[in-house]
Design a protein around this ligand. Sequence first.
Ligand code: RTP
Ligand code: MG
Length: 134
Amino acid sequence: MSQRTLVLLKPDAVARGLVGEIIGRIERKAGWAVTALELRTLDRVTLETHYAEHVGRPFYEPLLDFMASGPSVVMVVEGERVIEGLRVLAGPTDPIVASPGSIRGDYGTIVRENLIHASDSEESAERELKIFFP
Ligand code: RTP
Ligand code: MG
């Protein structure tokens, strides 16, 4: 079942020079392909739309500030079960409990600065792809 998902390499990943490493892991998965890619500093309106589900949570404002703090890599990735697959490759939200071998597990320590976003369901992917690639 080929799918499309929205992936963001967050400002910490760009600032730390991990873009090539992370994209390499995605590219090496059999049959997956990056089909759109742009370096983009995300604006407030885009971030408010993207993270609408988190409005009012204590981490919401610091999350938006962090996500606007520098350029991100905005990508579309296509391939077999890529929505579920990229969530597994990323690892859980908290990098400390993410297993080594996952992107967050290998490179992260701080919950907010967890390197990567990937759509969490088919519905989210459809919604988020429209936000970032209208
Ligand atoms: P994402 O949406 O970025 O792919 O991450 P996720 O599904 O794994 O995590 P989610 O619960 O949707 O949270 C979105 C992002 O907010 C930051 N966060 N900070 N307690 C905290 O300080 C906290 N909790 C979440 C992380 O950057 C998380 O990825
Ligand atoms: Mg999420």
